[in-house]
Ligand binder design. Structure first.
Ligand SMILES: C[S@@+](CC[C@H](N)C(=O)[O-])C[C@H]1O[C@@H](n2cnc3c(N)ncnc32)[C@H](O)[C@@H]1O
Length: 218
């Protein structure tokens, strides 16, 4: 069987536009659905930018940047430079178009690579991984790699366990042959400790009822 990374890469490459639609105000029905069921997506967006400020003049590494919604927002808020890394080319194509459409193409760079093996010879003020630990079967190694690329703050989200939401999501991803993982708060704390991070806070994503944002200073 293909590895977790192969399956996740294939899934997001194929479903890039569908993923990005969670951020659009498209058709009225989709908009109503998103407002009702995707509150956690908007809440983690707000938490991330709240925790990253002040961002003007800083450098940002967006690991698993997807369609570039966070990267472009960082640039619009005044980040000096944003590097987005993803292994799904379908996502990176959208990210590049979105950055240019927002007039920040010169401060956003999008790079293809698998972060479980890929390194950049640079440390960033802020390193984020939003909606990415959902697909990592070696989360400690992944977080260690983030710490190695950061000289300031790490912000990363972790989906929590829940009776209904988790099972629906597991089923949906199972049909699409993409693995998905869930965490408890003690597990997130242990992952951070095992990755060598000591200055750690966990912010709960209230609207999901279960998800967490890890905020760690390195
Ligand atoms: C749910 S999407 C989130 C995208 C973006 N961070 C956001 O919140 O809008 C997860 C993204 O992480 C990428 N990804 C997952 N594991 C990765 C890895 N090991 N290396 C690079 N990209 C990865 C996927 O290709 C996908 O685009």
């Amino acid at each position: 069987m293909d590895s977790t990374q192969d399956r996740t890469q294939r899934y997001f490459d194929k479903n890039a536009a569908q993923f990005d639609s969670i951020y659009h105000d498209g058709q009225p029905l989709a908009r109503a659905f998103n407002r009702m069921f995707r509150k956690a997506i908007y809440e983690r967006f707000a938490i991330t930018f709240g925790e990253a400020e002040p961002i003007a003049g800083k450098t940002v590494f967006d690991v698993g940047c997807g369609s570039g919604r966070y990267a472009v927002e960082f640039a619009k808020r005044g980040a000096a430079r944003v590097v987005g890394l993803d292994y799904a080319d379908g996502m990176l194509k959208l990210a590049g178009e979105y950055a240019r459409a927002n007039g920040v193409g010169d401060r956003c760079q999008f790079v293809t690579g698998d972060f479980t093996t890929f390194s950049l010879d640079e440390k960033f003020d802020v390193a984020i991984a939003i909606g990415v630990f959902d697909y990592q079967d070696k989360p400690v190694d992944f977080l260690k790699r983030m710490a190695a690329h950061c000289r300031g703050r790490i912000i990363a989200t972790f989906p929590g366990h829940s009776f209904l939401r988790m099972r629906v999501r597991q089923l949906r991803y199972w049909f699409k042959d993409c693995p998905v993982l869930f965490y408890t708060e003690p597990e997130v704390r242990k992952i951070a400790a095992d990755a060598g991070l000591t200055k750690v806070r966990i912010v709960k994503i209230a609207s999901s009822g279960t998800g967490f944002v890890l905020v760690a200073d390195v």
